[in-house]
Design a protein. Structure first.
Length: 184
C-alpha cells in the first residue's frame, strides 16, 4: 500500500505563507532543491487544492533552457506524475496528466493508496488538513526555512492531535532543515 505524504516548506514559526500571502522567503537553494527532487522521485501522484495547483502548474510551462539542471530535473519529475486537483471553482487544468475532482472523498483516497504502487503526495495546507483529519496522512516531510514571519497560513491545522515519530532529520548549509515524521 502506498503512503500518503504531506510535504511543505514552512517558516520556523510554522507558516507556509506570511500574512501577505507571500512565500518568497521559502525558495530553496540548489542543495535543498536537489534533496527535494530525490524525495519526489518516489511519488506516483500529487493531490492538490486549487491554490497549490495554481502555484505548481508553472512547472508545466516553464522555459527550461536557461534553468539550472536541478530545476530542469524537478520540472521533468513534476510533469511525469499524475495530478488530482480538488476544486469546486476551477474550470479546467492547464497541465498534462491532471484531472479535477469537485469534492474531497476520503474513501476514494484510501482506494487510491491501496492501488498505487508508489507513494502519493498531498500538497497545500487546506487539502492536507482534510486528509489529516480523515486519518489518511502517513508521513510528514517538513522543510523548515531559516526565517520567522510572525503569522500567515499555518502548515498544520488547529485542533488536531497527532502522535508522530521522527524518521529523519537533516541540516543544510543554507540554514534549512528537513524533518521527516511518520504517524505512530
Amino acid at each position: 500500500m502506498a503512503r500518503l505524504i504531506y510535504s511543505a516548506i514552512a517558516s520556523l514559526d510554522g507558516y507556509v505563507a506570511d500574512q501577505d500571502g507571500k512565500f518568497d522567503w521559502a525558495v530553496p537553494d540548489e542543495e535543498v532543491h536537489t534533496f527535494v527532487n530525490d524525495l519526489e522521485r518516489s511519488i506516483s501522484a500529487y493531490l492538490y487544492g486549487r491554490r497549490m495547483y495554481e502555484v505548481m502548474v508553472a512547472w508545466e510551462t516553464m522555459q527550461l533552457d536557461d534553468q539550472p539542471p536541478f530545476m530542469r530535473d524537478f520540472a521533468e519529475i513534476w510533469r511525469a506524475v499524475d495530478k488530482l486537483v480538488y476544486s469546486r471553482t476551477l474550470e479546467s487544468v492547464s497541465s498534462a496528466r491532471t484531472r479535477i475532482e469537485r469534492n474531497f472523498d476520503p474513501d476514494e483516497v484510501r482506494r487510491l493508496k491501496a492501488s498505487a504502487e508508489r507513494d502519493i503526495s498531498v500538497g497545500g495546507p487546506e487539502l492536507a488538513a482534510l486528509a489529516i483529519r480523515a486519518g489518511l496522512v502517513d508521513d510528514y516531510r517538513l522543510l523548515v526555512a531559516p526565517v520567522v514571519v510572525g503569522g500567515g497560513k499555518a502548515w498544520l491545522p488547529t485542533g488536531v492531535h497527532l502522535r508522530l515519530e521522527l524518521v529523519e532529520a537533516r541540516r543544510f548549509k543554507s540554514g534549512f532543515a528537513h524533518l521527516h515524521y511518520r504517524t505512530v
